[in-house]
Design a protein around this ligand. Structure first.
Ligand code: AHG
Ligand code: MN
Ligand code: MN
Length: 344
């Protein structure tokens, strides 16, 4: 059946962008005749939470919610007030959605079991409520990262249910609270970008099928840890220093990956002395970002294996990350001839 033409006459006077994230999701939903709309409601809930977080992130000092709580999160990292606030906002907004079985957060040791598959819990959502939060006090870009997984009711335990390979993600995305508030999403059919239009309070479509440049001489890594990197990474850095590369590192994964997605280049977080398996978390940082990068035509590995193929065993397990333009990831991998080149 041909697509219905828009009923409205084209006066040429209405030049506004009329495609919101909500209408985009409903358009996507129409691709699946059996769709129930439950997935759309999840994305809608994430978008609501993101708008609430965006406002608070942009007013941390006015609202006296800057700074830390003096406590550590389950992973031994300093928790700032906005980590807790963003976590609570997402938990409460998503918790109200009847199709969600399990919620897992960087900020909580255990996942929250909301309902069983037999009670309508079709999906699990894992998220990093505030990524790069150590940058918040200095008003540098921070973000929220999320992934949507299917709930398999035949799997009894919540951990086993959410420990799925990245290739099995239903959807993945992030929100960057930067100079603009950007929502980037994939449901497995390309990467699409939305920008928050504060005048109407909606994320509006600004780019369909975003494609990452195949190459760009920019690498993004915290070189302060160089002496602790496995040999292959150190050789790669020496290679970039004599091949005309420039370095860009913000220290918020969402901001560094967004720049890499738009401009091309490569983002790396290798194994270090402090984090022998890398610092970034596989399930709710590396996997969602890797799906987005691959859907935009890029590549992502843990140094020796395609990230999306790694079988997780723990909710907060960490992984090395090398992601970005296909040619740039290849330049990194060219330095790995033995496993010891990529792993401590
Ligand atoms: P989070 O704030 O969610 O803990 O994530 C911080 C991560 C990631 O955003 C960033 O790429 C990395 O930490 C930066 O780590 P270093 O400060 O060690 O470079
Ligand atoms: Mn993070
Ligand atoms: Mn975080």
């Amino acid at each position: 059946m041909s697509k219905a033409a828009s009923p409205a006459p084209r006066s040429g006077l209405v030049t506004d962008n009329l495609m919101s994230l909500q209408s985009f999701i409903l358009e996507e939903e129409a691709r699946y005749p059996g769709a129930t709309g439950e997935f759309s409601w999840i994305i809608s809930a994430i978008s609501l939470a993101a708008k609430i977080i965006a406002y608070k992130v942009r007013h941390v000092r006015l609202q006296s919610i800057v700074g830390s709580l003096g406590e550590l999160n389950p992973q031994g990292e300093v928790q700032i007030k906005m980590d807790v606030i963003a976590n609570e906002v997402i938990m409460r907004v998503l918790g109200a959605r009847p199709s969600i079985a399990v919620l897992g957060s960087e900020e909580d040791e255990e996942p929250a079991i909301l309902r069983r598959g037999s009670e309508g819990g079709k999906y699990c959502v894992l998220f990093d409520p505030l990524d790069g939060s150590s940058n918040l006090d200095t008003a540098v870009g921070v973000g929220t990262i999320f992934t949507v997984l299917r709930n398999d009711p035949s799997i009894p335990g919540a951990i086993e249910t959410v420990c799925q390979r990245g290739v099995d993600q239903v959807a993945a995305g992030y929100v960057l609270y930067g100079s603009s508030t950007v929502f980037v999403l994939t449901t497995g059919h390309g990467v699409h970008m939305f920008e928050l239009d504060a005048s109407v309070g909606s994320f509006m479509l600004v780019k369909r099928n975003l494609r990452m440049p195949r190459a760009n001489k920019v690498y993004s890594i915290n070189e302060a840890y160089r002496d602790g990197f496995p040999a292959g990474y150190r050789r790669y850095l020496d290679w970039t220093h004599s091949n005309g590369y420039s370095a860009r590192y913000i220290g918020s994964m969402v901001a560094d990956v967004h720049r890499t997605l738009i401009n091309g280049g490569v983002f790396l977080y290798p194994p270090t002395r402090k984090h022998a398996a890398g610092k970034l978390r596989l399930l709710y940082e590396a996997n969602p970002m890797s799906l987005l990068v691959e859907q935009a035509g890029g590549a992502s590995t843990n140094g020796t294996e395609r990230t999306l193929e790694v079988k997780p065993t723990e909710l907060h397990q960490r992984t090395p990350v090398v992601l970005g333009s296909v040619d740039e990831v290849k330049h990194v991998q060219a330095q790995f001839t033995t496993r010891a080149d990529a792993w401590p």
